[in-house]
Design a protein around this ligand. Sequence first.
Ligand SMILES: N[C@@H](CCC(=O)N[C@@H](CS)C(=O)NCC(=O)O)C(=O)O
Length: 205
Amino acid sequence: MKLYGFPASPNTWKVRAAAHQIGVPLELEIVDLTKGAQRKPEYLALNPTGRTPTLVDGDFKLWESSAIMQYLGSKKKTPLWPDDAKARADIARWQSWHLQHWSRGTTILIFENLVKKIMGIGEPDAKALAQGTELFHQDAAMLDAHLGRHPYLVNDTLTLADFTVVAPLFHAEPAKIPLEKYGNIKRWFGAQAALPAWQETAPRR
Ligand SMILES: N[C@@H](CCC(=O)N[C@@H](CS)C(=O)NCC(=O)O)C(=O)O
């Protein structure tokens, strides 16, 4: 299977880390977002949204990182995507929350504080930063409370939900994501950051 993606982006990194943990080999095809490769016709033929990542498995093309992770989890028996309807719904719940809520604040902070700097496209916008920070705190408070009661998001064990929700935090430092007061999130993040799956798929700096 081939994954088209950009290694430093959280959406690509988490798919590669989950694939590593599951034990499903993925061949990486780099789509250089800094050069606009996601808007080239040959890439748009795979993924008309012009975003990364995209999985290609034979003649099956799949975009949206959560769907890709679930597909990889179904390819090989794994505790990350247990064969149980309630556990799967619970994982899908956290992935949905990530897409609709958690990724909003974190994406703004990553874009304003990190992407703009790397791309040389100007200074962070104060209004956007304030909005991103407010959204982040709203969601972080709930996440921290959940992680105060549980070591992981679903069934007290590592699943695709953790791989999904933790991903933006790998850029917490340069993106100035304000994690300071969230001790439970920091403990949970630290446990995952120590996994070979994340370390061995980390983008080369
Ligand atoms: N909901 C999508 C989001 C994909 C996404 O926004 N990818 C970013 C990189 S993290 C991208 O390709 N951006 C390029 C662009 O928007 O031009 C997913 O989970 O796969």
